[in-house]
Design a protein around this ligand. Structure first.
Ligand code: BGC
Length: 382
């Protein structure tokens, strides 16, 4: 298949038909809402495309068909200065390999499956282990973060849909699973992520997005001065292998209580057992929700830039991960070295290891059903 030619879909032209979204983004003026597609290299013999989504405010998101990876998110601070607020690399090669899963769609099962095994309909399934005794983010081979998806720009919107067929038996998972992930950038500065999937055999599924944010600008500092609110009264404590024990523990009185906005670094090194086990925050919070609709899960604020990220989701949980395992071995955009806690992830998800916890909300998708989840990252300033 040949790489597609550069395509631009213009939706609203606010300033001038002749000016491209990219040039305007730098100028910090008004922009056209658009998606641009360009060839971005090849992987496994297949062309990879890069999609630049631009909205009317000049906010830009770059995403590619390799791993559904979000490479950059450029948003203004309270003075209107744009910065790229996600960790990442400038080119495809930078992501090969990508041990911290920077920017990627993770699946077939985001987060951990204990001992790389689960039982479904009486049959035991064995997955490749890649995290001590566990399977993390789907396995090792054809995981969603490192395969080439098909990309299709949205018509009439600043958006792109990625589709991928995960075959029956890939990495040990049952069923041919057709997955669609759509990124849409709205003129309200929201990045909307829609996940959809169908299968021909019952299978566990848990999809998430693994962007590392730093609202002060990627590569500038650690994220300990950010202030976080989590709409969650409980979390799922973990054992030494970071597998949920099954308990839903109240956050009250623990360093995991973010029900009121609190500096991320305030309690991150407290001697509380959960903080010690995870080397910081790396836990799943149980989102307070009434019903299955879009609910605010998290609000992160960075005081020097004034940037705010709000995360809403239909999912039951959110993994707040403070990049504890970033260790300075990854060099990203502009030569920036990504050190410990230089980025945070807010991974909306089902609870880790749900297939082995019948009490957790089910993650089993059956033939004839359609899996739907939605997450919205909303960018603003304060
Ligand atoms: C996990 C971390 C893991 C990271 C991989 C997160 O989703 O919770 O424990 O190290 O992914 O980069």
């Amino acid at each position: 298949m040949m790489p597609r030619p550069l395509t631009t879909v213009c939706v609203t032209v606010l300033l001038s038909l002749s000016i491209g979204g990219l040039a305007l983004a730098q100028a910090g003026k008004r922009h056209e809402q658009a998606v641009q597609q360009k060839p971005f290299g090849t992987r496994d013999g297949r062309p990879v495309n890069l999609y630049t989504l631009t909205n009317a405010n000049g906010v830009e998101v770059d995403a590619m068909s390799y791993g559904g990876i979000i490479l950059s998110v450029r948003v203004p601070d309270r003075k209107g200065q744009f910065a790229d607020i996600v960790l990442g690399h400038e080119n495809l090669d930078g992501y090969i390999p990508n041990p911290p899963y920077i920017g990627a769609v993770v699946g077939r099962y985001a987060n951990r499956i204990a001992n790389g095994t689960f039982i479904l309909d009486g049959k035991t399934y064995t997955l490749p282990k890649n995290d001590g005794p566990n399977t993390l983010h789907g396995g090792v081979d054809k995981t969603f973060n490192k395969v080439v998806w098909d990309g299709e720009p949205l018509k009439g919107k600043a958006g792109v849909t990625f589709t991928y067929l995960s075959k029956d038996g890939d990495d040990g998972w049952p069923g041919n699973l057709k997955v669609r992930v759509t990124y849409t950038l709205t003129n309200d500065n929201e990045l909307v992520i829609d996940y959809e999937a169908t299968t021909d055999k019952a299978t566990p599924i848990n999809l998430s997005q693994h962007s590392y944010f730093n609202l002060a600008g990627e590569g500038t500092s650690d994220i300990l001065n950010h202030e976080l609110m989590l709409n969650a009264d409980r979390f799922t404590p973990v054992d030494k292998n970071l597998i949920p024990t099954g308990e839903l523990r109240p956050v009250k009185g623990t360093p995991l209580d973010f029900t009121k906005s609190t500096r991320v670094g305030a309690r991150i090194d407290d001697p509380y057992d959960q903080m010690v086990l995870a080397h910081g925050y790396d836990h799943n919070w149980v989102i307070n929700r009434k019903g299955g609709g879009l609910t605010l899960a998290a609000r992160m604020y960075e005081p020097t830039s004034g940037r705010v990220l709000e995360v809403s989701t239909t999912q039951p949980g959110v993994q707040f991960y403070t990049g504890n395992f970033l260790d300075g071995t990854v060099t990203g955009k502009q030569g920036h070295v990504y050190k410990r806690r230089y980025g945070f992830c807010l991974e909306t998800q089902h609870f880790p290891d749900s297939p082995n916890h019948p009490d957790f909300p089910t993650t089993i998708l059956k033939p004839g059903e359609t899996f739907h989840q939605k997450t919205v990252f909303k960018f603003s300033t304060q």
